[in-house]
Design a protein around this ligand. Structure first.
Ligand SMILES: C[S@@+](CC[C@H](N)C(=O)[O-])C[C@H]1O[C@@H](n2cnc3c(N)ncnc32)[C@H](O)[C@@H]1O
Length: 209
């Protein structure tokens, strides 16, 4: 119980979007975990670095070893409370170690802001490596849905799926990718056009029916 895990939300990726408290935790980390991109962007010179790869068992074994000697800082993209490693860390280590969470700006928040849309009335969903229950796809007039996407369930695939669920062809679509980076892109179109959008894999897709 002596040491703790600090889960830090790094926001959408660019350091300008990192909150100062998160920056301090990363700066002070002696054992720092994150994606290669996060480590390249945020790691200081003194921390021991552990890259997150596909092998969670081995990652958790390394974290357990590190916790014997120090706190462990785990960087996750966006906000830890929205589709991140946080629940798995809590399930594995929560009984033994304190888990402290530092929030970050979710890619969803950035996408809504960039398109000048509010999200208080939106349903926030993820098809990033997960399937949605059928009712989540259903059409209802005025429904506003935001999706986190991935390489399989990319924007075009989601658009196809929604059309098959009777969403109108002219439903409004707002896309954002590489948000916060120099090469970020945003696009607005209708649902029918979104079926032809290539390359919109890891992005935020907002659909208003
Ligand atoms: C594992 S989820 C993590 C979500 C994260 N916790 C959040 O709050 O944004 C990864 C997905 O988030 C979205 N995402 C994360 N960063 C992004 C960015 N900079 N631009 C666009 N989408 C992003 C993409 O849909 C990506 O596939």
């Amino acid at each position: 119980m002596e040491h703790k895990i600090i889960v830090v939300g790094i926001g959408p990726g660019h350091p300008d979007y990192l909150i100062p408290r998160a920056a301090a935790a990363i700066r002070e980390a002696s054992y720092l975990v994150g994606s290669q991109r996060a480590l390249d962007t945020f790691a200081g010179p003194d921390a021991t670095l552990r890259r997150i790869d596909g092998d969670l068992d081995s990652l958790f074994t390394d974290i357990a070893t590190a916790l014997k000697n120090s706190d462990v800082v785990v960087m996750v993209s966006g906000d830890p409370g929205f589709y991140s490693l946080q629940p798995a860390l809590k399930a594995r280590f929560g009984a033994e170690y304190e888990l402290k969470v530092i929030p970050g700006l979710s890619s969803i928040q950035i996408a809504f802001a960039h398109h000048g849309l509010v999200w208080q009335d939106a349903e926030l969903l993820s098809v990033h490596g997960r399937e949605l229950a059928l009712e989540k796809w259903q059409y209802r007039s005025g429904r506003k849905v935001a999706f986190l996407t991935d390489a399989t369930m990319h924007a075009a695939a989601i658009a196809e799926h929604l059309l098959a669920m009777q969403w109108p062809t002219d439903a409004e679509v707002f896309l954002g990718r590489n948000l916060s980076y120099e090469h970020e892109e945003k696009k607005c179109c209708i649902l029918q056009e979104a079926t032809k959008m290539e390359g919109w894999q890891h992005c935020v897709m907002i659909v208003i029916g």
